[in-house]
Design a protein around this ligand. Structure first.
Ligand SMILES: [Fe+2]
Length: 219
């Protein structure tokens, strides 16, 4: 194809002008905006060393026990997405956290004698075509030692391979500024994307909460 030099130059000038005004980046579909990768955070020492008998996505009730876990019930949901915003299906999302007394289910967890035996402590969910995951759990609390602020641990795997290890924090929690893990990621990545609002579920008579946390993975 013959190259029309005049058209070529004109187009170049147009692109240059548009880039200078910022309009270049708003052209739909031309340069799809990339989502921010969810920052990786340490797994910590308490990923279950022995899986609970029940590993479903309802951490409040173990198997068909009549006694639910202690704590504020929270519905934690979100989507697993790639950086270009595509839903990731068949991703395995795992969470683990302390119970209402601040104790992990791990066999070497501190303060094991205070453990709430009705809390599952760990859950697993496989995403469908929308990339969505959901857990019923409790709003995270502090450890009994008080060295960390409330958080929920996350691990995401694809095709059996771990692709993200992170933690969710409570947005606006008073002690967040003293948490070493959260401070490190905020300083390194200049982001607060691991902090999430827990809002009351409208109309819930038992004060349930809901939180939304998307997980953006490479690929
Ligand atoms: Fe932890």
């Amino acid at each position: 194809m013959r190259h029309d030099t005049r058209t070529f130059l004109t187009r170049r000038r147009f692109v240059g002008a548009a880039a200078a005004t910022g309009a270049f980046y708003s052209v739909p579909g031309l340069f799809a905006e990339q989502l921010e990768l969810t920052p990786s955070v340490t797994e910590g020492p308490f990923y279950p060393d022995k899986m609970p008998l029940d590993t479903d996505n309802d951490l409040i009730v173990i198997n068909d026990s009549a006694t639910p876990a202690l704590g504020e019930i929270a519905h934690v949901t979100g989507r697993v997405l790639t950086q270009s915003g595509e839903a990731v299906r068949n991703a395995t999302v795992e969470i683990w956290q302390v119970d209402a007394n601040g104790v992990y289910i791990h066999s070497r967890a501190p303060d094991k004698e205070h453990r709430d035996s009705n809390f599952q402590g760990f859950g697993r969910f496989e995403t469908g075509s929308t990339g969505e995951y959901r857990f019923r759990t409790i709003k995270p609390t502090e450890y009994r030692t008080g060295r960390r602020v409330p958080h929920i641990h996350y691990a995401v795997a694809r095709n059996g391979r771990r692709v993200l290890t992170t933690q969710l924090f409570l947005k606006g929690y008073g002690g967040n500024g003293r948490d070493s893990v959260l401070r490190r990621v905020q300083r390194a990545r200049r982001t607060d994307s691991l902090s999430v609002d827990f809002k009351p579920v409208p109309g819930s008579e038992i004060g349930e909460l809901a939180a939304s946390f998307d997980l953006v993975i490479p690929g």
